[in-house]
Design a protein. Structure first.
Lengths: 243, 74
């Protein structure tokens, strides 16, 4: 094959401004740049969108209100009324992942959420936060979460370790789901683009598939942000309502 | 067999995880459709659960991808 396909090259981190503090490498990279753009866009959307506070909302105010109401509705149905104080956190989480995913869909940009260190940091914050909330709210009773109701005692010997394990792997499943979805999708796009470039005029067929895959990836980008937010809601609901 | 070819075979075998993911996703959407056609009124309320089930199923297949990548690049 004349053209070499390197589908994983798009995930390479490049240092724009090298910064080293002690032994730590805290350089400003392309991932950090995309995160900055994402946060700036979200802030602009929410702040500028709601600046006028019109009774009949304009375009930007509609988008800002719709995204707020979407997340507020999600928290209300999944956590209940006690979850409203965590709405700012879940809204931030949802918007950050959504914008990171969508900015990654722009050609030659960078998908922040395809780095497991980013998704694991988000998932670890959720896991540790939810555990602390559960312990603060219920104290020792929080351990009831691992004991299913109405189960005969001999079975509990088997079920409690399983519940405990499934609780402890939550940050891993949560982070790997988002990371692997983004990684797999973008790798697949690059592989089909490589086919299209390699086979000349027949390349319109892989190109057509690639266009369909872009549509699928846009769906996946929105869906994974939604799934991350809704799973956070469910974990929060576990900690607040204890089943 | 040297290590690099064994790694290739291992990474290929890790893709068997896709069997389970395929069955799972098919099951999620199939069950949703058969339920939704019997009771279309309740269908709209279950979209959240549908997407949640889809994402949970898909993730298990992607764990196979992660294993394959770990095998290939370590």
């Amino acid at each position: 094959m004349a053209l070499e396909i390197r589908p994983l090259e798009q995930f390479r981190i490049e240092r724009f401004i090298p910064i080293h503090i002690g032994g730590l490498d805290v350089s400003y990279t392309n991932a950090a740049l995309l995160m900055t753009i994402g946060v700036a866009l979200i802030t602009a959307l929410v702040l500028l969108g709601t600046r006028q506070r019109a009774l009949v909302p304009g375009r930007w105010q509609s988008v800002a209100e719709m995204s707020y109401e979407f997340v507020a509705d999600m928290v209300e149905t999944n956590v209940g009324h006690g979850g409203q104080q965590f709405l700012p956190f879940i809204f931030t989480l949802f918007m950050f992942i959504l914008f990171a995913n969508f900015l990654g869909m722009i050609p030659y940009s960078y998908t922040v959420t395809s780095q497991i260190v980013v998704t694991f940091a988000l998932a670890a914050v959720v896991f540790i936060g939810v555990t602390i909330i559960g312990i603060v709210r219920h104290g020792f009773h929080f351990l009831r979460l691992f004991v299913p109701q109405g189960v005969p005692a001999p079975l509990l010997v088997l079920l409690v370790p399983i519940e405990l394990l499934s609780y402890c792997i939550r940050p891993f499943t949560l982070s790997i789901r988002l990371f692997a979805n983004m990684l797999a999708g973008h790798t697949m796009l690059a592989i089909f683009a490589g086919f299209a470039a390699a086979v000349g005029i027949l390349g319109i067929f892989p190109l057509a598939i690639d266009i369909l895959l872009v549509a699928l990836e846009v769906l996946v980008a929105a869906l994974q942000a939604y799934v991350f937010a809704i799973l956070t809601c469910l974990y929060l609901s576990d900690a607040i309502n204890l089943h | 067999m040297d290590l690099s070819s064994a790694k290739m075979i291992g990474a290929g075998l890790a893709c068997i995880a896709l069997v389970g993911a395929g069955i799972g996703i098919g099951n999620v959407f199939g069950s949703y459709l058969s339920g939704a056609l019997r009771n279309p009124g309740a269908a709209a309320g279950q979209t959240t659960n549908l997407l949640l089930g889809f994402a949970l199923c898909e993730a298990t297949g992607l764990f196979g991808l992660v294993i394959a990548l770990i095998i290939l690049f370590t």
